[in-house]
Design a protein around this ligand. Structure first.
Ligand code: AMP
Ligand code: ZN
Length: 490
């Protein structure tokens, strides 16, 4: 199994630190708002990586944090006139609901930065003791130049960085020994959340939290550290400097980074304002479609978001679900038929005592199953090559084509069951739920439909038509039938 390691800039054979186990840390979101679909990309792709490891028999310890203390959270709390804890709790809940709808498995641990302050104080003290950090009037800085390997992940040269930093003088950072030094602990400002520490009241910097949570939940050395590629510098570079200086060991064996989700070839981000939240997408699509869309590209490639590509993903997913629905029906019919036959045979002969007798597969079925196994190998080969989900999905489509050709009502139930088991196993690795979900409408649309029904009852047809047109503009077409009003998306 090969993984592209950002550290070596090449694909490497995966060798776990501990046989049969994977320790994996994925940097989580800062919870000051609902997540956008760019934030959802690492969640979906690394969940799929985890699922594939589990399929291969590994026991995966998967940690994803929530950054719940940060300038943006504090700013939002001040805007709303509430405590920053309320803001972070609200958006953690929202994020968890989104992740669930995206079929992202729950992490083994999902620690919160604010619950781990003691560990952060301990690591910062350790770094000070070892000469890697210093306290300057209540702000603790990391002595970047002291860490020999600084820049090894992002391939940045420390002198180039220094030159860049000299030109940007940041107010309030005059006490730094060197412009390259970064903050581990900052002193309290009025109205901000703060904790007691040996350096006075204050709060931790962002980078230290991941070093500490990774150490606590996974140990000093981990197999995989992952996140979006914007985190390579400075976040992951700083994490390495902190963890390796404190623990004296290589922090992570493999560094995995997902490419950006773009809009018009620009990174989707809150600051640029060019984003859709996961909840926006949920108004129009089952979130399985979003998941499928994300996995139809390789995780390291940039992925452009567009309505056309989402429609293509919807149609592709539909093709899979429709075929599986048919397969399930055929399997039920075939099982019923077999039961009937067994019952009849049982009534006619005393020799059949142990109930069900399975029909044996036909020669053609055996061949089709052989082909299906080859496609399974193709799927694995794609995933073994740095988790190429795009090729993995292509193999699933071939499986679906095979099922559509060979898995008919008249097929034997053993064959149908095998086809079902094989295809659904691969769908599960991709995190695709094989049962089609009832599509739910947003509350706003439900209410408009209800209002229109009311208007019709009151014979206010002008209003009813107005609402119908309003719904049309929102992409919902209504049809009045004898069974009541029906709707479809257009
Ligand atoms: P943040 O809340 O900005 O720290 O981001 C949480 C995670 O989402 C990080 O792993 C980021 O790298 C990732 N991320 C943010 N924006 C995008 C994007 N447009 N495409 C892919 N990943 C992103
Ligand atoms: Zn992190």
């Amino acid at each position: 199994m090969k993984i592209y390691n950002t550290m070596s800039k090449s694909k490497e054979e995966f060798k776990p630190i501990e046989e049969g186990k994977v320790r994996m840390y994925v940097c989580g979101p800062t919870v000051y708002n609902v997540i956008h679909i760019g934030n959802a990309r690492p969640m979906i792709v690394f969940d799929t990586v985890r699922r594939y490891f589990e399929y291969k028999g590994y026991d995966v310890n998967y940690v994803q944090n929530f950054t719940d203390v940060d300038d943006k959270i504090i700013k939002r709390a001040i805007e709303e006139g509430i405590d920053s804890h309320e803001i972070s709790q609200r958006y953690i809940k929202e994020c968890q609901a989104d992740m669930q709808a995206l079929n992202v498995k729950e992490a083994t641990s999902h620690p919160l930065a604010t619950q781990e302050i003691d560990g952060m104080i301990e690591m910062i003290s350790d770094l000070i003791d070892k000469g890697y950090a210093y306290n300057a009037d209540g702000t603790v800085y990391y002595r970047t130049r002291k860490f020999e390997g600084y820049g090894k992940l992002s391939k940045k040269n420390i002198d180039d960085l220094e030159a860049g930093h000299r030109s940007i003088q940041v107010a309030g950072e005059e006490s730094k020994e060197d412009p390259l030094d970064f903050v581990l602990w900052k002193p309290k400002k009025e109205g901000e959340p703060a904790w007691q520490s040996p350096w006075g009241e204050g709060r931790p910097g962002w980078h230290i939290e991941c070093s500490v949570m990774s150490k606590k939940y996974l140990g000093d050395e981990i197999d995989i550290h992952a996140g979006g590629e914007d985190l390579i510098f400075p976040h992951h570079e700083n994490e390495i400097a902190q963890s390796e200086a404190a623990n004296g060991k290589t922090f992570a064996k493999y560094w995995m980074h997902n490419g950006f989700l773009n809009i018009d070839n620009k990174k989707m981000s809150k600051s640029l304002g060019n984003f859709f939240t996961v909840k926006d997408i949920a108004q129009k699509y089952d979130l399985q479609v979003l998941r499928f869309f994300m996995l139809s590209a390789h995780y390291r490639s940039p992925l452009n978001f567009s309505a056309d590509l989402m429609e293509a993903a919807k149609n592709g997913l539909d093709r899979i679900l429709t075929a599986l629905e048919q397969l399930k029906k055929n399997l039920e019919i075939s099982k019923d038929r077999e039961n009937q036959r067994n019952l009849q045979a049982g009534a006619q002969s005393d020799t059949i005592k142990n109930g069900a007798q399975e029909e044996s597969m036909t020669g053609q079925e055996t061949e089709a199953l052989e082909e299906l196994r080859r496609l399974g190998e193709k799927f694995e080969k794609a995933m073994d090559d740095d988790f190429n989900t795009a090729d993995g999905i292509a193999a699933v489509f071939e499986m679906i084509k095979l099922a559509n050709i060979h898995a008919a009502q008249g097929s034997t139930s053993v064959f149908l069951q095998e086809v079902w088991n094989q295809i659904t196993t691969f769908c599960e690795i991709l995190g695709i739920e094989t049962e089609r979900k009832e599509e739910v409408l947003s509350q706003e649309i439900e209410e408009l439909i209800e209002l229109r029904q009311q208007a019709r009852k009151e014979k206010n047809f002008a209003k009813a038509d107005e609402i119908r047109n309003q719904l049309l503009d929102m992409g919902i077409e209504l049809k009045d039938t004898r069974e009541g009003v029906q709707w479809k998306r257009i």
